[in-house]
Design a protein around this ligand. Structure first.
Ligand SMILES: [Zn+2]
Length: 492
């Protein structure tokens, strides 16, 4: 009985607000006054013409400018070709948590004009870091309201935010308060003046660095709920091990038609001392430049789950290539190399909770500036095509020279492998591992704790080598990465 009364009350409230909305006199639509661009520092007429696919001459004609006119920052220009639109263009840089729809709603503009002024073919094609424009009609101070993926209705969401469900629907141009899309982002006018910019509940900001082939991607999230996030990164990786006709060219080219495979990397966020949360993941050397997809999910205190999907742009790196090399046939035989690789990648797959490294790596040899080979270089063995790449750093050294641990950690493997020779692998926590190969002598054992700079073995020439040296591998989230950033300490 009581429940029925509540239902009748809600129905009456909906009818009342609907009638109210119909009775409100509509304001007369203002005559369009054109699309205004406010000149920014470093802008030129040419750069502005490029943003909006027009010409410098058309901008000059529309704005009655002569060649002698200087366009200073702050000058307001009418952008030709959008006479039917009005408002001021605001540059926005796409961040994690932004969707075309959320940007459009935040600036109170409509989706048709948003895709038009940005020359987008699809609203889902936006990529983190991309510079786009929104049209501002009024100073908007909004509260960001993410929609849960577990069946929250507009009525519940409005009640949670102390607002009228119809106000919310109208503000976001949704069909009605009952019509919500899971993981959509809505906005509400902020009456108190303090606006929330939470991307996900308890997460205020997420930044991504190291989005390049072979580098370490660091995702840093701020807010009380940051450490509770989980995620996934999906890369497309070129399989260069399958010989392609185009791969015999010198200098080598990675064929655009080479076969690819997908790599789904789970992300684990961990709390840092400054309160933010961080997830690290190696970007595969052979990842296809372009979009990788990121999914992040979290739960609020009520147990509702929220998620966002985002495109990230992977930059191409030119690591170069090595002179063709000659080695004994068995160390390039896939029957030998494939099981050994599988064995090693299985060893470095676990994510250990405790972070053991601290800052920059300690140089692993006595002459760390002497390198005979660097990361990522394409390789040819025994007249093969360029179907290999170098997975780490080769440090100079003679037989019997000392090898040091790069950081604190736990030895998880020591032993003799066909390609890697006498090898030691150390776990530093949070998915970070280092590997030391081709040793003449291993001086530590499995399970042993080591500290940064501790002597762990001697340089040698065991395994697939052309002379004595130390090969150092760095694994992050099961992917070999460029050791440069780890040695110079640029990764937090
Ligand atoms: Zn090497």
């Amino acid at each position: 009985m009581k429940f029925a009364a509540v239902r009748i009350f809600i129905a009456a409230a909906i009818v009342a607000s609907f009638v109210g909305a119909c009775l409100t006199p509509k304001t007369v639509q203002a005559q369009s006054s054109g699309l205004i661009y406010v000149v920014q520092k470093d802008d030129t007429l040419y750069s502005i013409s490029q943003y909006f696919h027009t010409s410098t001459l058309r901008i000059q004609l529309t704005n009655y400018l002569t060649d002698a006119d200087v366009i200073n920052p702050g000058k307001r220009l009418i952008i030709p070709g959008f006479n039917d639109l009005s408002g001021t263009l605001t540059p926005v840089k796409i961040g994690i948590g932004d969707t075309a729809l959320s940007l459009m709603r935040q600036s109170r503009s409509n989706s048709a004009s948003f895709t038009r002024i940005n020359f987008l073919t699809s609203a889902s094609a936006i990529v983190v870091g991309q510079k786009l424009f929104t049209i501002s009609k009024e100073a908007s101070n909004n509260i960001r309201v993410p929609v849960t993926d577990s069946g929250l209705t507009g009525l519940e969401l409005a009640a949670k935010n102390n607002t009228n469900p119809w106000t919310m629907a109208e503000y976001n141009a949704t069909i009605g308060p009952w019509y919500l899309i899971p993981n959509d982002i809505l906005f509400l006018p902020s009456s108190s003046g303090s606006s929330s910019n939470e991307i996900l509940p308890g997460v205020e900001e997420i930044t991504a660095t190291g989005l390049s082939q072979g580098k370490t991607l660091a995702l840093i999230a701020k807010g009380s709920g940051a450490a509770a996030m989980a995620g996934n990164l999906n890369f497309t990786v070129t399989d260069i091990s399958k010989e392609q006709e185009e791969q015999n060219a010198t200098p080598p080219v990675v064929s655009a038609i080479a076969p690819t495979k997908n790599l789904a990397a789970p992300l684990t966020f961990f709390q840092q001392t400054d309160g933010s949360a961080e997830a690290l993941q190696g970007v595969p050397r052979m990842s296809v430049p372009g979009a990788a997809t990121l999914t992040l999910t979290t739960k609020d205190s009520d147990g509702h789950s929220y998620s966002i999907d985002q495109n990230l742009m992977i930059k191409a790196m030119d690591y170069g290539f090595d002179s063709p090399m000659q080695v004994s046939d068995n160390v390039i035989d896939p029957k030998v190399t494939e099981p050994e690789d599988a064995f090693v990648f299985n060893l470095v797959a676990p994510f250990t909770e405790t972070k053991l490294w601290n800052g920059a790596f300690t140089p692993p040899t006595t002459t760390p500036t002497c390198l005979t080979d660097t990361f990522g270089r394409l390789r040819s063995f025994n007249q093969s095509n360029w179907i290999y790449y170098h997975s780490g750093f080769d440090f100079c050294g003679g037989n019997g020279d000392k090898i040091f641990a790069a950081a604190d950690g736990t030895v998880i493997y020591t032993g003799e492998l066909t390609v890697r020779g006498n090898a030691t692998i150390i776990d530093h926590g949070h998915g970070l591992y280092t590997g030391y190969y081709h040793q003449s002598k291993i001086e530590v054992s499995k399970g042993q704790k080591v500290t940064a700079g501790q002597e762990i073995g001697l340089i040698g020439s065991t395994g697939r080598v052309t002379g004595p040296h130390l090969h150092l591998d760095v694994f992050v989230g099961g992917v070999q990465v460029d050791p440069t950033e780890w040695l110079n300490g640029t990764i937090p």
